[in-house]
Design a protein around this ligand. Sequence first.
Ligand SMILES: *[C@@H]1O[C@H](CO)[C@@H](O)[C@H](O)[C@H]1NC(C)=O
Ligand SMILES: *[C@@H]1O[C@H](CO)[C@@H](O)[C@H](O)[C@H]1NC(C)=O
Length: 201
Amino acid sequence: MLLLPLLPLALAVLGPASASASASPSSPLFTFPNLNVTYYYDVADFPYHPACDAAAGGPGWAQPTNEGSTACGPSVKDLDTNAVVAMNVTWLNQNGYAARLTDLCGREVQIWKEGKQVTMKGGPFFLWEGCQACATLPRIDVSLNAYIAATGDKECFRGTVGGFDVFVMDNFVRRARAAKTLLNVPALAAGFTLALTLALV
Ligand SMILES: *[C@@H]1O[C@H](CO)[C@@H](O)[C@H](O)[C@H]1NC(C)=O
Ligand SMILES: *[C@@H]1O[C@H](CO)[C@@H](O)[C@H](O)[C@H]1NC(C)=O
């Protein structure tokens, strides 16, 4: 009993010191402070999170999303990962389809809260989908596993939890298949491509 009032004091003393060692990533390309996190898919769903499955609409709730194609191409089920992050679709598309595929799809995403990075088995997280709701709400969408890793809310009582800083990094975890164009070929193949193009005209 006597120790309890001292605990916050001890944490206050220890907290800033441990957080300052790694308060945020060193050189993110894009920084989105203070976003909410919610979940929208789960590649390995029922029966691992029965309470969340029930909250989300019953076993199999994630199947359509798991199997649907994404802004970056293959579905999360094709990639067999819970590390996909969906972000503001307006931002993702602002420079067009080709730029999205080559410049944004597959970049590492780091999720931090109060100076600590969220990690998950099967990580690191990466950008692979556009989120419609995130164009108007300050939010990212992640897998159920990532939501639990980020929030500790194993029963999905809360659904959406705030206070996360999200960083899109310089490195790629995956690469999307670039849009095919005839111009985008190595010099050696150019003659052949030109001949093929002319033949098709
Ligand atoms: C989504 O991105 C667009 C384009 O960058 C931006 O104007 C808008 O404010 C963003 N939405 C949110 C909720 O941050
Ligand atoms: C974001 O999270 C905060 C804190 O958890 C909550 O109060 C707020 O309603 C959430 N906002 C949205 C748009 O989900």
